[in-house]
Design a protein around this ligand. Sequence first.
Ligand SMILES: [Zn+2]
Ligand SMILES: [Zn+2]
Length: 43
Amino acid sequence: MELMGLCQICGKPSVLHTCMLCGSNVCADCFDAEHGICIRCKN
Ligand SMILES: [Zn+2]
Ligand SMILES: [Zn+2]
């Protein structure tokens, strides 16, 4: 199921992915699909 909304990191409207670590909903650009986490948690 796809979730549309505003990315919680860059703020752009997009299909969102949920970070497994912090639970943030972020766009594909701000999401590391390989690890299932956002770029904030990756850094
Ligand atoms: Zn983003
Ligand atoms: Zn995160």
